[in-house]
Design a protein around this ligand. Sequence first.
Ligand code: HPA
Length: 234
Amino acid sequence: MSTPTPHIAAKAGEFAKTVLMPGDPLRAKFVADHYLEDAVLVNSVRGINGYTGKYKGKPVSVMASGMGMPSIGIYSYELFHFYDVDNIIRIGTAGSLREDLKIRDVAFAMGACTNSNYAAQFELPGTFAPIASYDLLKKAIEVTEKMGIPYKAGNFLSTDTFYDASKGTMKWAAMGVLCVEMEAAALYMNAARAGKNALAICTISDSLVTGEETTAKERENSFHNMMKIALEIA
Ligand code: HPA
């Protein structure tokens, strides 16, 4: 397929090699407005804002993924395959499944379990284990430690349902899973299939253990650490 695609209006070459992906289009605008120099809007189809600018002189793009695996599945596929993007770094929020992972903490998804059927399309004779790019994860941990930001790295759960009728989400905690979100597994599978790199970094926005939640304002502030980490490795 050529560019533009059905979902992205940008022309070939308008995205940098690294794209940061928050779920929320307004968050993409926030990153472009506050962190990028010379940011240019390259997409706004369906309100999915995408910008390309520079961070410390290096070209970097930021575009929203929307919510859930079908949505990030579409955008990451098109970025990897039609816009020649090499690295996608998700910067999102997640719900903690553990006592020792608190609101506003930063977590890296080494792997992403899922209850989604996304992997079925690859017709593999077994279960695929979606994992982060080792290079991106290593770099992210290096810069995070240098900045003195506390973090955890481990397994995530990418779920298809925010409101889960089975109430099964906490069962993943018994397997050492850190937190729940809705995108990392599909992003990692698309990166694997495309031979590209992906990493999901999340700020904990709520806790399924304590029931605590962050306000929109608190989420905005705690996002800074995660964004700085992502921009440094972009
Ligand atoms: N569940 C799923 N996705 C999420 C959550 C959650 O509790 N918090 C942030 N993203």
